[in-house]
Design a protein around this ligand. Structure first.
Ligand code: PMP
Length: 441
């Protein structure tokens, strides 16, 4: 029966493939970290809806929240008109913000996707600053609409669209392992910051009138690349000194994924705009902008969209935020992160094919490399998308769903639920090692 379903999908669904198309399975059930296919096979899910499922699949508090909305006849759709649920959700969001942001920010509900939040953020800062150019980063990812793609690094997807948003300037992200300047670890972030500052101050060939700088503190789709903490502080200083709003795209990193509620908290910085989506909807579609009050200079209707008031998403988002707070989930993220890194570093020492292990919290990347090629000037083998694909396939056969990403699709990306247990992490790592061994044989 699985093959029948897959045949229909492959014949009748567009070629514009989505994540599950990598994996030849038809999922019938899911609970926690485990998905079960129609044939009864069980898999550990390290994809978590691309980072959406903070509490894993069908957590009891999420199910209860949905049931309560239905039982109490809370309207499922009210555009963005007020309901007690909406107000409670807003208050809960304010309660998780760093102190300095609690009294100085506003919330805006956007369309249900991360991309719509990013679109709104750019419109917001353009309107407030009257600037026109956008500062973005090599290897970044902000969505799949035309504007968000123009700020994303993935050239292979953009090149067929002829023209996108003009005035986007790509700056070097501090990708230490494959340093864009060809220098060693530790220096990448410093040189990147110097270069960016110089570019902004060059009145002859610099960047005119930026409306904002948008960045991920850990590039997700770009290959789980964490930005150096000092570099993040530098980006805040450089933008603040020049009156450029700093927009942190927390779509993937936000709501506990990196071990703090918001990933910028690791650097102790205060952004001007924060974009949240994925986990903030507690499994359901939701995107929320949080921004400094003084940027709120646009008129009613400046960024509209029918599905801004998804009440079910507010209920599941609220239940998720409360659960994270009341059950020390962030502590679990830290402990499991240590467990993952310790094991993965030991694998890196054992297998030359594992070039780099990196990330923050439970957003972890393992870059696979081609050991038959020659090393670059930094002493690293080139990335191997082929090996990563092979490891991914072996993982799937061994019962683990894991995504690949990054340049050349060479990075295995671990995005488990934030509630993953020690035992589950051990199992996932065991399957991963077995699969790496099989793939390099
Ligand atoms: N920003 C980041 C950092 C993301 O990771 C993603 C999705 N992977 C998006 C924006 C876009 O979100 P969506 O797919 O919901 O449009």
């Amino acid at each position: 029966v699985e093959n029948e379903y897959l045949k229909i999908q492959n014949e009748k669904e567009s070629n514009a493939k989505s994540y599950p198309r990598h994996f030849p399975l038809v999922i019938s059930k899911a609970k926690g970290m485990i998905v079960t296919d129609v044939e009864g096979r069980r898999y550990y899910d390290c994809l978590s809806g691309a980072g959406t499922l903070a509490l894993g699949h069908n957590h009891q508090v999420v199910i209860r929240a949905i049931e309560d909305v239905l039982d109490e006849q809370i309207p499922l759709h009210t555009l963005d008109l007020a309901t007690p649920l909406k107000i409670e959700f807003m208050q809960e969001i304010f309660s998780i913000l760093p102190e300095k942001l609690k009294d100085t920010t506003k919330i805006q509900f956007c369309g249900p996707t991360g991309a719509d939040g990013v679109e709104a953020a750019i419109k917001l800062v353009k309107n407030a600053t009257k600037g026109k150019s956008i500062l973005a980063f090599q290897g970044g990812y902000h969505g799949s609409t035309q504007a968000t793609m123009s700020m994303s690094g993935n050239l292979s997807k953009k090149q067929h669209l002829q023209s996108l948003l003009p005035d986007v300037h790509f700056l070097p992200f501090p990708y230490e392992y494959r340093c864009p300047f060809g220098i060693g670890r530790g220096e990448t972030a410093r040189i990147s910051a110097k270069y960016i500052e110089n570019l902004l101050d060059d009145c002859e060939s610099g960047i005119a009138a930026p409306c904002g700088m948008i960045l991920e503190t850990v590039q997700g789709e770009g290959g789980s690349i964490p930005a150096d903490i000092e570099w993040l502080k530098e980006m805040r200083r450089i933008t603040a000194e020049r009156g450029i709003p700093l927009i942190i795209d927390e779509v993937q990193t936000g709501i506990g994924r990196t071990g703090k509620m918001f990933s910028f908290e690791h650097a102790g910085i205060i952004p001007d705009v924060i974009i949240c989506s994925k986990a903030i909807g507690g499994s359901l579609p939701m995107s929320v902008l949080i921004y400094k009050e003084e940027l709120d200079q646009w008129n009613p209707g400046a960024h509209i969209g029918t599905f801004r008031g998804n009440q079910l998403g507010m209920a599941t988002g609220l239940a998720t935020l409360k659960y994270l707070k009341n059950n020390r989930v962030l502590e679990n993220v830290e402990q499991r992160s240590e467990q993952f890194f310790a094991y993965l570093h030991s694998l890196q020492a054992k297998y030359e094919e594992i070039g780099d292990v990196r990330g923050r919290g439970l957003m972890i990347g393992v870059e696979m490399v081609n050991t038959s090629a020659s090393k670059d000037q930094l002493g690293h083998y080139p990335p191997s998308g082929q090996l990563a694909a092979c490891v991914q396939e072996r993982c799937f056969k061994n019962g683990l769903i894991i995504e690949v990403g990054g340049r050349h699709s060479a990075v295995m990306r671990f995005l488990p639920p934030l509630t993953i247990t020690e035992h589950e992490a051990t199992e996932v790592l065991y399957i991963f090692e077995k699969s790496v061994e099989e793939a390099i044989e």
